[in-house]
Ligand binder design. Structure first.
Ligand SMILES: Cc1cc2nc3c(=O)[nH]c(=O)nc-3n(C[C@H](O)[C@H](O)[C@H](O)COP(=O)(O)OP(=O)(O)OC[C@H]3O[C@@H](n4cnc5c(N)ncnc54)[C@H](O)[C@@H]3O)c2cc1C
Length: 202
């Protein structure tokens, strides 16, 4: 009998795979008004799991869509392929002047930890404590403090991600990819966008 995508992924990772009707219904919606039922939901446990899932999805020509807390307003955490729920990636390490944080960390948990040390993470979308760091980065969230401190991207020094081939990339360390991104973004005509960030404020 042909192996299902559920079985194929489950035997290659340490995390959990969910494909019951109830879970697929649950993950078919977010804070937008859209609905798309995914094939399966996977909760990777570690980086190796993410790499294996991407490689299997590529072979099967199935989409992989990452989900944080599902509070996005445009349906970007929805799709009909594999949904990656990153809730196991919730580590927080507070250093002197920066933090190292897992993308599945809920912002409220970070806020609490930083408050104890009289510090704060500036981006503050009015969804408050419920969104995840990965989702904030995906959306480049801003919020009430953005005129002074900018959006999420203005408060990020380094990003580690797994690309569509299952390769680990660290930016801006990886000069080749960093230069490619700069080349693309340099083509954007900023005059076409309203001045809403701190960079436009004298
Ligand atoms: C009531 C309300 C008020 C809001 N107010 C503001 C506001 O004042 N200012 C503002 O800027 N925004 C605001 N937002 C939007 C807010 O920024 C987003 O809801 C939030 O950042 C999404 O986070 P999430 O964890 O829920 O992400 P999700 O909705 O789960 O995902 C959002 C996007 O990020 C991607 N993503 C998530 N995690 C990862 C990851 N680990 N790796 C790669 N991609 C990932 C997803 O694929 C998706 O494309 C508001 C939203 C709501 C519902």
């Amino acid at each position: 009998m042909k192996e299902s995508i559920h079985e194929k992924i489950q035997k290659s990772i340490q995390g959990k795979v969910l494909s019951s009707k109830e879970f697929r219904e649950f993950y078919s919606v977010d804070a937008s008004s859209y609905k798309i039922i995914p094939k399966i939901i996977v909760m990777p446990k570690n980086e190796k799991d993410v790499i294996n899932i991407i490689k299997i999805a590529k072979k099967l020509k199935t989409s992989v869509t990452v989900r944080g807390a599902g509070t996005g307003l445009v349906g970007s955490a929805l799709n009909d392929g594999i949904i990656l729920d990153m809730k196991n990636f919730d580590s927080i390490k507070v250093h002197k002047n920066h933090i190292t944080i897992g993308p599945g960390t809920v912002k409220g948990n970070l806020d609490r930890e930083l408050e104890e040390q009289k510090k704060f993470f500036p981006p503050n979308p009015s969804i408050g404590s419920f969104c995840s760091i990965g989702g904030m980065l995906g959306n480049n969230s801003s919020g009430s403090r953005s005129l002074k401190y900018g959006s999420t991207i203005d408060n990020v020094e380094e990003v580690t991600f797994i690309d569509g081939n299952g390769k680990k990339i660290i930016l801006p360390k990886n000069k080749k990819i960093a230069n490619k991104i700069t080349e693309i973004t340099n083509k954007i005509d900023n005059r076409k966008f309203p001045t809403v960030s701190h960079q436009g404020i004298e």
